[in-house]
Design a protein. Structure first.
Length: 584
C-alpha cells in the first residue's frame, strides 16, 4: 500500500485544530436553566405609532419561535386575512398583502400560550401591538380579572370584546378584539375604538374563538355592555356542565372490573351509576354495575373502576354513558369480556385521622366534605351498610357521649363521616367501625371485630377570622368565603343599610388562602345562604349576577380585617381597601 508522507506532516497540525473546532461548537455547560417566559423584545412599527402603513410588521422575541405556532397565534383587528409569516432567527416578519384602511387603528394580538421552538418558554398572557394609519390612535381600554367558578384566578382564559352595535349572535361571530388572562387572572384590552362592548370569556380549548357548549365553559359580564374606560370588570365562569362529559376509553381489568376514562375530570361524588348501562351486544341483557371508585381516591378524576357482575368470556359488551338522561348526550364504547378471575382479599377498613392523632383540623381531611373524618375501605362496599357499622361519640373524661352524624359517599370505597353539629375545637372524639357489618361487593368479609380512632381536634389558635364591609345597590347580598381548592364555601346573607353598606364576618376558618366574594342575587323570593349565583347566559346573551371578589390570607389565631368589597353597580364599583391582621 502506497503511503503519502504529507499526511504524517499534517496530522499533528490537523488533529488539535479539529478537536478545538468541536469544542467551540459544543454548547456551554453548567449554569441554571433559563426559565424566563417568552416575551416580545421589539416591534416595528413600535406600538402606539401613528401615520404608519407598514407592508411588513417585524416582531422580535426573547426565544426562537416556530412559524406554524406563531401563525395560529396571530389575531388582527380589524380583520386582515391576506398575509404571510416568515421567521428570521428570533425575529418574525409578517408581510401584509392587502391595503390598510386610512385613518384606522390596527391591533395585532399574539395569543397565549404561544411557545418557543423548544417548548420550554411561553407567553404568560396575550401581547398587543397597535398602530394607526392616521394621525390619531384609539386609546380606549377595559380591564378586569377572570375567575373560575370556584373563584380561583383563571389563567389563559380567552376574553373577547364585541361591539354593542353588532348582532347579538356572539357564539357565531368573530370578536372585534381579544385578550387573554395572565397568571393572576388579570386581562386588559388596549387601543379600543371608543364605545360600548359586550365582554365574554371562554376556555377556548380548540383555539377557534367560538364557544363550543359541548366542551367549553363561558363567563359573561354583570352588565349588558361595558364602556371603554371601565376598570375592574370581573368575569366568573359558569359551573361546568358535567353532562357534556363523554366516554374516552375503557378496558377490562378482570371478569368483574372495567376501567373507564372520561373526556374530562368528573367529581367522584357526582358520578351517578344510573348514567351507566352495560349490555350484552348479542342478547341485549343488562350487566349490573354494582359500584365504582377512583384508584387514587381523588375528589375529581378522569379514570374510574366499575365493579360489575361476572362477565362472560369472549362476549362483546356495549358500554353507554348518558349523563344528561337523553339519547343525544349518550356516548358509547364496545369491549370484550375478560375471563380472568380476581382473587380479592379480605375486607379491611382504616379511619382518617388515625387513632391517637392530636390537633386534627377536620376541615382539611377532605376539604370538599367540610368538617368531616374519612372511612377508607380496601374494596367497594354497599353504601347502605356503612352507617349501621359506624358510631361517633364525644369523649369527655373517659366517658363516651354518642352524637348524631351523617355518612356521605365519595366513591364505593371512601365515605365521609360528618358530625351533625360539626367537629368542635379542642375536643376528643371517638369513631368506631365494625367491619363485619360492612357488606363488601367482592372479597371475603372482614374478621376484624372493631376499628377505632380516638383523636383530638385543634384549638382556636389553628383557626382565623375574616371581617370587612362593602357597598351594594341592593337590599341584601350573599357573601361567601371559599378556601382555595374546596367546593364547600362559608356563606351568609348580608343586609344593606339605607346608605347601601353591609358588613360580613366569618369565624373559625382553617388557615390558608381564601377568596371572599359578594354578589347581588337576581333570584326572587326569600334569600338564604343557599341562594346560588346566577352565571347569566351566552346564548342569548344575558348578564351574570353582579359580583366582586378578592383573595386574602387567613392566619391561625388572627383576624384578617378591614376588607372592603364594593359590588359593581354601587357608588364605588370594584374592590378597594386595605388588609391587616388583628389578634382576636
Amino acid at each position: 500500500m502506497k503511503e503519502f508522507p504529507g499526511l504524517k506532516i499534517l496530522a499533528p497540525i490537523l488533529i488539535p485544530v479539529l478537536f478545538s473546532a468541536c469544542a467551540v461548537d459544543r454548547p456551554p455547560t453548567g449554569g441554571p436553566p433559563d426559565r424566563s417566559p417568552l416575551s416580545v423584545t421589539s416591534t416595528l412599527p413600535a406600538t402606539a405609532s401613528v401615520n404608519a402603513s407598514p407592508q411588513t410588521i417585524r416582531i422580535g422575541f426573547s426565544h426562537y419561535v416556530g412559524k406554524a405556532d406563531l401563525s395560529k397565534s396571530i389575531f388582527f383587528s380589524p380583520r386582515i386575512d391576506d398575509y404571510e409569516v416568515s421567521i428570521h432567527g428570533k425575529e418574525a416578519h409578517i408581510r401584509l398583502y392587502e391595503p390598510l384602511q386610512p385613518n384606522r387603528t390596527y391591533t395585532l394580538t399574539l395569543r397565549a400560550p404561544l411557545k418557543s421552538l423548544d417548548g420550554d418558554h411561553q407567553l404568560d398572557r396575550s401581547q398587543t401591538l397597535a398602530f394607526s394609519t392616521g394621525p390619531v390612535i384609539d386609546q380606549g381600554s377595559i380591564d378586569g380579572r377572570v375567575w373560575t367558578n370556584r373563584l380561583a384566578p383563571m389563567q389563559n382564559a380567552t376574553v373577547m370584546a364585541y361591539s354593542a352595535s353588532r348582532s347579538n349572535a356572539i357564539p357565531e361571530a368573530r370578536p372585534d378584539y381579544i385578550a387573554q388572562s395572565g397568571p393572576s387572572g388579570d386581562y386588559r384590552f388596549e387601543y379600543l375604538a371608543p364605545g360600548s362592548y359586550r365582554i365574554v370569556a371562554i376556555t377556548d380549548d380548540n383555539g377557534n374563538l367560538q364557544f363550543d357548549p359541548e366542551t367549553e365553559v363561558f363567563a359573561v359580564s354583570a352588565t349588558p355592555t361595558v364602556q371603554t374606560g371601565m376598570s375592574g370588570v370581573g368575569l366568573r365562569f359558569a359551573p361546568e356542565n358535567y353532562s357534556a362529559r363523554s366516554l374516552h376509553s375503557c378496558r377490562t381489568i378482570n371478569n368483574r372490573e372495567i376501567e373507564i376514562t372520561f373526556s374530562d375530570t368528573l367529581p367522584a361524588r357526582s358520578f351517578d351509576l344510573a348514567t351507566i348501562r352495560i349490555e350484552n351486544s348479542a342478547t341485549g341483557a343488562n350487566l349490573p354495575v354494582l359500584g365504582y371508585y377512583s384508584l387514587s381516591r381523588s375528589s375529581e378524576d378522569t379514570t374510574f373502576r366499575l365493579l360489575t357482575a361476572p362477565m362472560e368470556n369472549r362476549t362483546f359488551y356495549r358500554l353507554r354513558f348518558s349523563p344528561g338522561g337523553t339519547e343525544s348526550q349518550t356516548s358509547e364504547l364496545t369491549f370484550s369480556g375478560n375471563s380472568n378471575s380476581e382473587r380479592y382479599p379480605e375486607l379491611s377498613v382504616s379511619i382518617v385521622p388515625a387513632n391517637g392523632v392530636d390537633n386534627v383540623i377536620a376541615e382539611m381531611i377532605r376539604p370538599e366534605s367540610g368538617s368531616s373524618v374519612e372511612l377508607q375501605c380496601n374494596l367497594p362496599v354497599a353504601e347502605s351498610s356503612v352507617k349501621p357499622a359506624v358510631s361517633l361519640a364525644l369523649s369527655v373524661n373517659g366517658r363516651q357521649m354518642p352524637i348524631p352524624f351523617t355518612v356521605s359517599r365519595i366513591d364505593s370505597r371512601t365515605f365521609a363521616i360528618t358530625a351533625s353539629e360539626g367537629f368542635r375545637q379542642s375536643r376528643d372524639y371517638l369513631v368506631q367501625v365494625k367491619p363485619g357489618m360492612l357488606r363488601g361487593l367482592v372479597g371475603e368479609p372482614s374478621k376484624t371485630p372493631l376499628v377505632k380512632s380516638l383523636f383530638s381536634t385543634a384549638g382556636p389558635e389553628q383557626y382565623g377570622e375574616i371581617s370587612g364591609t362593602g357597598t351594594a345597590n341592593a337590599p341584601a347580598v350573599i357573601v361567601e368565603a371559599r378556601r382555595s381548592g374546596t367546593e364547600a364555601p362559608r356563606r351568609m346573607v348580608a343586609k344593606t343599610s339605607a346608605s347601601g353598606t353591609f358588613r360580613f364576618d366569618f369565624h373559625d376558618l382553617p388557615a390558608g388562602q381564601y377568596t371572599v366574594t359578594g354578589f347581588i342575587p337576581s333570584a326572587y323570593g326569600t334569600l338564604s345562604p343557599l341562594t346560588e349565583w346566577n352565571s347569566g347566559s351566552l346564548m342569548p346573551f344575558a348578564p351574570c349576577d353582579p359580583f366582586a371578589a378578592m383573595t386574602v390570607n387567613v392566619k391561625g389565631g388572627w383576624t384578617t380585617e378591614n376588607l372592603q368589597l364594593d359590588i359593581p353597580g354601587s357608588r364605588q364599583p370594584g374592590i378597594k381597601g386595605s388588609r391587616r391582621y388583628k389578634k382576636p
